[in-house]
Design a protein. Structure first.
Lengths: 228, 307
């Protein structure tokens, strides 16, 4: 599903290697946790997969698409196949819960009829029925993250990337979000979760890839939190 | 296709309404810009109309010497009447001149009676000439220089007025030039302000534009609602500017009329505007929408560069 081969990323500004010669293969329907402290390169890695950033060297292939051959005008279509969830939710503040989710379908030219049937389904799945008309500012952190997940799932993507999705949430809400991600994975979506929450990593017993200073230092099939 | 079109317009409208203060600020700046532009246009019309009014009042009076023979006066009158530029030639006799004088100074007995003292009427008879085009007045002048008329003409009044008239023309030309200079300065300033206002408005949406890109929106799908907001600034700016201008003009038209004496320039300007209302609205809409769309387009380009 996702291949990274000898990928190195150097940001123009800092000249520091954010990622240093990383090679990873993630299979379809896998649940992979990227662990690392701030600045380890987790976010850079997710940005490479969503094509927000391009690697300085190395090769990235996602779902059979070679990113080095991807044209700028095709990037929006790629993004509709990859769901992304962020620590800061990234909801559109001037749009309601319903509109935030339907927007992702509108950009793809999906018919109003389909939107009207699909959005309530997804809202129900993330447990937000009845809050469709609220604006993000009227929601709690946990609820905002559910909206973000609903938006990410509306296209039924093959890949869901969750970049520190629990970073701003209390433990109860954090676990609810993790449960939601597990459910999504059960339905067959490849999930990439980045976190530095030790408890979550150790409880999940999933594949854990540990990054440190831009280098891949550990890749375990059933991993544990290995950072101090 | 239609669905997408409808969505872009709807999103533009929704954003315009939900952005409350920013939309209001941009619309007000747009209104002020359009008012500035329109005022200079209107001022230009007023000035042109004013000159027209003054030009209409200009004519030539040829004062005849008392010794002028009747037949020669008739000759001159005939020659003038045959000239294609001349609209009217009117003979004003000595008595008529006296009568006019007395009417003019009816409220000033001292001046009025000054003519009655000697018994002899000192006022000359005259020929009053109006031309179709005031510019043509000067072409008539050589006619009066002719040998056969020389002795019978005491004075041609245009010669004396000419300087005043020329000075007036020069002054209005000068005012017009300054006006256009000022207009240009004002318009450029307004354009810079409106551009910056819209740029600020779009800057506040910077992170939203990022999000839109992340959920897979095409650049044009992101861009068009912003352009539609720009169009709305233009439309609402035009409406507000038109309301402001018509109220101001209605209030001012009275003083215009007074200023231009017996003329009805104020009403003429209003009438002119009413007659050309469609042109004015189209012009303002055109200017407003162009400014709005161009500013939005330039301002958003920066954020859409990167995929």
């Amino acid at each position: 599903m996702i291949y990274l081969k000898d990928v190195t990323k150097v940001y123009d500004k800092s000249k520091k290697k954010a990622l240093d010669n990383i090679s990873v293969h993630i299979k379809p329907k896998e649940f992979v946790i990227f662990v690392g402290l701030s600045g380890a390169g987790k976010s850079t890695l997710t940005k490479l997969v969503t094509h927000e950033e391009e690697p300085t060297s190395g090769k990235i292939t996602v779902g059979g698409i070679d990113y080095s051959k991807l044209k700028k005008k095709d990037v929006p279509y790629l993004r509709r196949k990859i769901g992304v969830v962020f620590q800061d939710f990234k909801l559109l503040p001037k749009k309601t819960v319903y509109e935030n989710i339907s927007y992702a379908l509108e950009v793809a030219g999906i018919s109003n009829k389909t939107i009207r049937s699909r959005v309530p389904q997804v809202l129900k799945m993330v447990g937000l029925e009845g809050k469709a008309k609220r604006f993000p500012r009227e929601l709690s952190g946990g609820e905002m993250q559910r909206v973000a997940i609903a938006r990410a799932l509306i296209h039924e993507p093959k890949i869901l990337i969750a970049d520190e999705p629990t970073g701003n949430l209390d433990p109860k809400n954090a676990w609810e979000i993790i449960d939601l991600l597990l459910k999504v994975n059960e339905y067959g979506t490849t999930v990439i979760l980045t976190t530095h929450n030790k408890e979550i990593v150790n409880t999940l017993k999933k594949r854990v890839i540990t990054l440190k200073g831009g280098k891949l230092i550990k890749d375990q099939e059933v991993g544990r939190y290995a950072l101090q | 296709m239609f669905t997408t079109f409808y969505r872009l317009i709807k999103t533009g409208f929704t954003n315009f309404l939900r952005n409350g203060w920013l939309s209001l600020a941009s619309t007000i700046i747009m209104t002020l810009t359009l008012i500035t532009i329109s005022i200079f246009l209107i001022l230009n019309i007023v000035l042109t109309q004013g000159i027209q009014t003054i030009q209409d009042k200009i004519d030539i009076s040829i004062y005849l010497s008392d010794s002028a023979k009747g037949s020669k006066v008739l000759d001159l009158q005939k020659e003038l009447s045959n000239n294609p530029d001349v609209k009217v030639v009117k003979y004003v006799s000595k008595d008529e001149a006296k009568q006019r004088y007395q009417e003019k100074f009816a409220n000033n007995p001292q001046l009025k009676e000054s003519l009655d003292d000697g018994g002899d009427n000192p006022l000359p008879a005259s020929l009053e000439i109006k031309t179709y085009n005031p510019d043509k007045l000067s072409t008539l002048l050589p006619m009066f220089e002719q040998e056969k008329y020389k002795n019978m003409i005491r004075k041609v009044s245009y010669k004396e007025n000419k300087e005043v008239i020329d000075r007036l023309f020069k002054a209005t030309e000068f005012i017009k030039k300054i006006g256009w200079g000022l207009a240009a300065a004002f318009i450029i300033t307004s354009l810079i302000i409106i551009f910056n206002t819209i740029r600020t408005a779009i800057y506040t949406h910077k992170s939203e534009i990022e999000i839109m890109k992340l959920v897979g929106a095409n650049p044009w799908f992101i861009k068009w609602p912003f352009l539609i907001e720009g169009i709305l600034y233009g439309i609402f700016g035009t409406i507000l500017a038109l309301i402001a201008i018509s109220i101001t003009l209605r209030l001012l038209s009275v003083s215009f009329n007074t200023y231009f004496g017996s003329g009805d320039t104020g009403d003429q300007v209003l009438g002119f505007l009413m007659k050309n209302l469609v042109t004015l609205v189209v012009l303002m809409l055109g200017v407003g929408i162009t400014i709005g769309v161009t500013s939005s387009s330039i301002a958003i380009r920066k954020y859409l560069k990167k995929s």
